[in-house]
Design a protein around this ligand. Sequence first.
Ligand code: DWN
Length: 396
Amino acid sequence: MKKIFLNLSKQPITNSYLKNINSSTLKREFFYNLSIVFDLNNYLVSIKKPVNPEKQYTDTYAHRASQSKTMNLSFKKIANKLKKKFRPTLSMEIGSNDGVFLKNFNKNNIIAVEPCKNLAKITNKKGYLTYDKFWDVNLAKQILKKKGKVDLIYSANTISHIPNLKEVFKAVSICLSNNGVFVFEDPYIGSVIKNNSYDQFYDEHVHVFSLMAISNLLKAHKLKIIDTEILSTHGGSIRFYVAKNDSKYKISKFVKKIQNSEIRGKLNKFSTYKKFSLRVQNSKKQLVKLLKKLNEKNKKVISYGATYKSATVFNYCNIDKRLIDYVVDSTKNKQWKYTPGKHLLIKPPIDMIKEKIDYAFLGAWNFSKEIMNKEKKFIKNGGKFITHVPKVKILR
Ligand code: DWN
């Protein structure tokens, strides 16, 4: 049985940056109701009614995973670690985006899967065999026939995007070698609860994982979690190392450790999520109050990073042009477009001092260190950043 604990109001598709905001584009803009449910049987947290993936992962997909130094480093580190630890002959990445992980592998030893055709083109052009398809049983069979079993399957910020997890794990079982490892990482519900980062819920994040939920789901596929790590990436993620039940791997002590911490944190109780929902409502009130106050004082406020996450914040809190002037983002194909739902203009990075910015809301709060390092002069000149994670505040 699934129970709703959070309603984040009507939301647009986060990837649907608008080229212009005339009456016909606005009429066509798609909205859905973003309600979040907790499954009382397997403890999985998901969107109640996910959006059709065909609407989301199109050939105009905007996000480029290589846009931050932090993620470039993180992918390099995990690629080297996995190569050293598992010595795979053949590897595969599910959701390869613009190839930020792939580039750490020899082109002949890795296969990429990426349903967004514009992104798949980038890695195919670079010489990586890329299937521009959704990950499913049919594709797994096709890959098995062409390339044989895969020793390492890696996936970052993708498995949580797929509504049908049974299909995901079934497909993985088909092409994973007997002692192969499936490593995937996605936002962690433990961090979302702790940081009050409700903006991790948006159309693409169909699920937000816990270790308990994943181990429950894997049982039906004769797969087990052999190791796990809690990561700081994207404001708190969890990495799972999964292998076949009859593989050579023993279960690391960290699996039990995280399981115990989840039980202590009551991630298996509906009441935890209900309490979280109250904190989210309060966060909304606080953020709107702060922005209104700055607006009354005629302060110039922008948002930093046209993130998918901030689409949830702006649409849930009804933050538009009245409260935030515009958004800046380093991703070329987001620039000079408008954010989904609230239609804030996205500009390329600016000289924040010259543009007389007083405050910048951290849409990309998960990169706050990298951004604040980049904008040292702005801060020195009296400029301030605002965050809503874990609490609404002005960073000093
Ligand atoms: O799972 C997902 C995550 C990993 O990426 C996707 N479904 C979609 C996307 O979500 P997001 O937009 O919330 O992710 P990021 O990685 O937090 O986006 C950061 C944005 O901020 C990028 O558009 C780049 C931009 N940025 C910038 O303009 N200046 C980032 C940094 C570090 C900067 O200095």
